[in-house]
Design a protein around this ligand. Sequence first.
Ligand SMILES: [Zn+2]
Length: 421
Amino acid sequence: MLSSNIWVRYRLLFALLICFVLLGDTTAVTPLSAQTNPTHSVAPGDTWTALAYRYQTSTAVLQTLNPHPNQQRQPTIGRTIRLPDEAVAVNGVLQRPFQGGLLQTAVSHNQSPWQLAVQHETGHPYRPLLYRPIFLPGGEQPPRELPLGVVALALSQVPALPGQALGVRVELADEGSLQGQLAGAGEMIWGENGRYQVGLIGTGAFFGPGEPSLLLQVEGQPAWDQPWRFVDDEWIFQQLTLTGAAAQIDQQSIAEERARLFELWSAVTPEPQWQAAFQLPIDSYLTISAPFGARRSYNGGPYRSYHEGVDFSAYGGTPVLAPAHGTVVLAEFLYVRGGAVILDHGLGIYSGYYHLSSVLAEVGQLVEPGQIIGEVGTTGLSTGNHLHWDLLVGGVWVDAAAWMEQDMACWILTGLQRPCN
Ligand SMILES: [Zn+2]
């Protein structure tokens, strides 16, 4: 360890010296933030290689400090990793070998090929660096290995919580199409505005903690992946006892209603309809009687299901309001959900309002934020006056309250370079 630390220092000094001697100019190697930083919070593109160049150490040193059984696995976004004591961060750019050899890279970036050769421990600039990226120090940004074709990448939550709407904001080098997946959660839905794109995905409340891979790929480029840390949320456990009519639930009708609604929820209209942060769908309510994700056991059975929305207990007849611009795609009385209105907000995002005593909307109607779409009731399978509000992203229920708290509506619009009022 000690000898390798000394070697790293020696190597840096040597590089600086050579640089000074050859060019009489040290601006190319710029140790920018000179603070000693024993830990690092992993962001997208912080691969072992990028971190080694950034902190002027080696991937072997970093992996020894942060052991993981799988050495091929990149650092997990949202984890904090340990750095060697002497780590000093430098900015720079990592260029892949096939984007040009060392000599070509040096010439095109107005740098000394000899200096780059020294930094990359190759004796001569004509000798190829097989499979290793070329590090060009300087600039405003730390070195990162983002998906090829991507200039900037940001995630909506780091670390992420299950049961929420999650997003990735991408700025592409050129216009193109993107694919994205979160392991265990499926394909992302993309909204686009030229080079600016936002990928959306919902994870269910049973998604759990872990480090699933986020996979991104610009069309025509190789795939990129990095694990993304998920921490568990604190869920409430509810034991419900069904008696009388509620105990005689017709399972087939429930399944049929669900299947019909999922068909509707899986359609994606490509443009976001909302123009501002979502509002609460009710002005006056008594309590939030059941939050999203509450684990539910019926008549002493296992906790096999969870609450798919947010319940507001309220007086019968209380107005129910559209939280944002949207198109009414369902407005009728259903067996389980009773008086129901479903709004399509675009980009695969739907919101639903159930157990209404009256439905005050029509299919095809465009609604505005604050517009009355129904009244609180206790229709369908319900034991008292309340509004059940749900929100889906790509056919997955997510926490509508968290959607508002994190201002996902504006996060998405801003990522698409659109105003959010
Ligand atoms: Zn409910």
